[in-house]
Design a protein around this ligand. Sequence first.
Ligand code: FPP
Length: 240
Amino acid sequence: MLDMERIPTHVAVVMDGNGRWADKRRMPKMAGHNAGMKAMKEIVKRASSIGIRHLTVYAFSTENWKRSTEEIGGIFKLIVVYVDNELKELHANNVRVKILGDYSMLPADSVDRINKAIDMTKNNTGMQFNIALNYGGRDDIRRATADIARLVQAGEIKPEDITEDMIGDYLWTGKMHADCGDPELIIRTSGEMRLSNYLLWQSAYSEFVFTDVLWPDFTPERFEEAIEEYQGRNRRFGGR
Ligand code: FPP
């Protein structure tokens, strides 16, 4: 049973396995991503209804640009479809949408829908839905470093003033951006047991739950099971 008193504040997900789901059915890759979007829709609803404050999904990584232009274009198109179909309901459910990553180089219609979603939901007070788009953990740290270097260059701070908290503030998840902090739990589907450049700094003390289930088959019940597994863990943060 899920312990409603100990729901994690921030859960991050790697939605892996869409391609294999489609391969198994001899369907095109995009059918897998489409099914993945539907699964994501259900997880967003469940996460919000059980009181998670921040749900972060890895929708497109800095490495995903290596995929075919057809697949990349298809994923960007799904963003348009998702916002067109879901924004009303997200807003009705008091969900706030934020993006982790620089999405300015996406196609204009995707950028337009993302801006619309951010703008419409910006004053909502329910769950924050963070979509990592054109996101890479190393790039996140590089960018935060450059921002802090500019402060040093301008004479606003000295190198010895740089703290771990300050670096955290300048990451996409930090106070200067989405302000969602570090995830207590990271879930990755489809049997792969690696981080793949996701939230590198932020995952220092995260618990990991891996499941063989392919993302399109990942149901809200599976999601709750992953949280139950997390609740059974003993987090020590390097202490006793
Ligand atoms: C990984 O599966 C999945 C992705 C790279 C894309 C995830 C995107 C969505 C679920 C689409 C919708 C997103 C939004 C924000 C509307 P994979 O293709 O790497 O699977 P494989 O490892 O089996 O090939």
